[in-house]
Design a protein around this ligand. Structure first.
Ligand code: NAP
Length: 537
């Protein structure tokens, strides 16, 4: 239901994890704020991604918000890594508990936002023709919300059902007995494949590059364990505050070379059998930094894949050969590799037999056509900046953000960019939330932005803008942190590559690699020095 009031102090775009908390902070500070959300309900990522198997790889009790003792006391997680329906229910519970719905407008997609210099205000246009105004525009539009389809000829001619995983139909899809194709083997593809392998008739996976996948080792949480978790929330959040990625898992400070081989293997087996991202982030610190130890660890993981996949030829195809373990986002899985031991699951390596076209009946590769009832595109996202590019955001002098960021993002702290006053890019490029467990750092960014808005109001100020010097310095720092990092040697969304988006064929400086504790320290310093790097007026 559209709110008759169109002029606000703050407009927040997006009702996901980030937008929900930002709205709450604004209302707490008695700021007139509204959320505009393209979906028909809150939840963001968890509203859209309804594909079978969708769940997070963060321990549930580190993914929930930490700010409200009542929410922590009242909510129970049923699994160590909750699935999408539960996470969506959790976010709806938070929205209702904090009484936020009245300040959210659903089915409201923002088309453009224009800064009006003389007024120090933004004019925001929606695709339904409505226009709203605000002093501060806050983007909470997600880093993986601009889904990209593969550029394969004939896609629109397919006569069966087809969709991107992000837009998996809300009403569900009948899979029993169906011939299903999945294109893409990133974290999403891996989850869908493992989940539907035993539910469909035939499943054919089209793989371009395999990823280093490792077991999630999920498990249920009963009421007793939930009580123990509740009693230790303080320690859980304290632990997350001290690790670089804000997960429970932080690096082991021993150095690979100094640990005897037998001890090393025992430790790695423990990591492989442990829950969550320990297998990636809990390793000796040099394994993700130095090529030689990384190669040994990669081989250890490759051997686990060889043990789990019966057909040695298929196993070799599922082992990455072009990048080391952990240099792209590690998909965590449940019985993913075992899916390939099933007679109804087939792996097509598109490097050997490239996809030529989608046809009315299926997919044609260089060795012939296979027929399908359903094609699932698990082909990823125009990550981090894509959602910004899809809104025409124009700042001072009419420059658009898409123009400014054409060669890659330029920001100050990942939260602001020069030439776009009163725009706060929460969870935007070059911030810490993008490269870590999302919610804990969302809370940091939101609190910082809320305090800034409160400060400006308290001092009768109507304009805040990052200086070009500050953003040049920040962006240079980000670029420097990429030097020598193993992850810059491989193509993935972390480094800004996407073969389905024009111009995304070279390294982009998308994420902050300095770790969440250093990022928090930096934000605090900026405040202590009177919002250093910002021009306030
Ligand atoms: P992704 O990692 O970018 O994977 C996209 C996949 O599609 C890749 O395998 C890619 O191959 C393939 N692909 C793209 N275009 C293609 C084409 N034209 N032909 C053939 N293959 C093509 O995307 P995603 O799997 O959606 O994951 C994105 C991110 O979302 C993850 O890294 C993660 O951060 C997040 N996510 C999280 C969870 C979780 O928390 N558990 C679950 C799902 C997603 P190439 O590798 O060769 O490019």
């Amino acid at each position: 239901m559209a709110d008759a009031n169109t002029e606000h102090e703050v407009i927040i775009i997006g009702a996901g994890v980030c937008g929900i908390y930002m709205l709450h902070r604004m209302l707490e500070l008695d700021v007139d704020a509204v959320v505009l959300e393209a979906g028909s309900g809150p939840g963001g990522t968890w509203y859209w991604n309804r594909y079978p198997g969708a769940r997070f790889d963060s321990e549930s009790y580190t993914y929930g918000y930490s700010f409200d003792p009542e929410i922590l006391a009242e909510w129970s997680w049923s699994e160590h890594f909750a699935a999408q329906p539960e996470t969506l229910r959790y976010l709806e519970f938070v929205v209702d508990k904090l009484d936020l719905r009245g300040h959210m407008q659903f089915d409201s997609r923002v088309e453009s936002a224009r800064f009006v210099d003389g007024e120090n205000r933004w004019r925001v246009k929606l695709t339904d023709g409505r226009e709203l105004g605000c002093r501060f525009l806050v983007t909470a539009i997600g880093m993986l919300s601009a889904a990209t389809l593969p550029r394969i000829p004939g896609r629109e001619t397919f006569e069966g059902e087809s969709f991107h995983t992000y837009y998996w139909p809300k009403e569900g899809v009948e899979l029993a007995g169906k011939r299903v194709a999945v294109i893409g083997t990133g974290a999403t593809g891996v989850q869908v494949i493992a989940e539907i392998a035993d539910k469909v008739g035939e499943l054919t996976v089209y793989q371009r590059r395999p990823n280093w996948c490792a077991p999630l080792n999920n498990g249920p949480i009963d009421e007793q364990e939930m009580q123990r978790i509740r009693a230790s929330y303080d320690e859980i959040f304290a632990r997350c505050r001290e690790t670089p990625g804000s997960f429970l898992h932080g690096p082991d400070f021993r150095v690979f070379d100094e640990v005897p081989e037998s001890e090393r293997l025992a430790f790695w087996n423990e990591l492989y059998a442990g829950r969550g991202f320990g297998v990636w982030l809990g390793n000796f610190r040099d394994v993700l930094v130095e090529e030689a130890p990384n190669a040994v660890y990669s081989e250890f993981i490759a051997d686990r894949i060889r043990e789990r996949v019966h057909d040695p030829e298929v196993a070799e195809k599922l082992i990455p050969k072009d990048h080391g373990f952990g240099t792209r986002r590690v998909p965590l899985e449940t019985r993913y590799f075992e899916a390939y031991n099933r007679d109804n699951v087939h792996l097509v390596d598109v490097n050997e037999t490239p996809i030529e076209a989608i046809t009315p009946r299926g997919i044609r590769t260089s060795d012939g056509e296979r027929e399908f009832d359903i094609i699932v595109y698990a082909t990823g996202f125009d990550a981090i900046t894509g959602a910004f590019d899809r809104i025409e955001i124009s700042g001072t002098g009419g420059q658009t953000l898409a123009e400014k960021w054409r060669e890659g993002p330029i920001t100050y702290l990942g939260l602001a960019t020069a030439g776009f006053p009163n725009l706060l890019t929460l969870a935007g490029p070059q911030g810490a939330s993008v490269s870590s467990n999302f919610p804990p750092n969302i809370e940091v960014g939101v609190n910082w932005a809320a305090e800034l808005i409160d400060y400006l109001r308290g001092h009768g100020l109507t304009r805040v803008e990052a200086t070009t010097d500050a953003e040049d310095e920040w962006t240079a720092e980000i670029m420097e942190s990429y030097e020598g990092a193993l992850l810059t040697r491989t193509r993935s969304w972390f480094t800004g590559y996407n073969s389905n988006v024009d111009g995304h064929d070279k390294l982009r400086y998308m994420i902050y690699l300095g770790g969440a504790p250093a990022y928090r320290k930096r934000l605090n310093e900026v405040v202590r020095h009177g919002y250093e790097g910002f021009r306030l007026a």
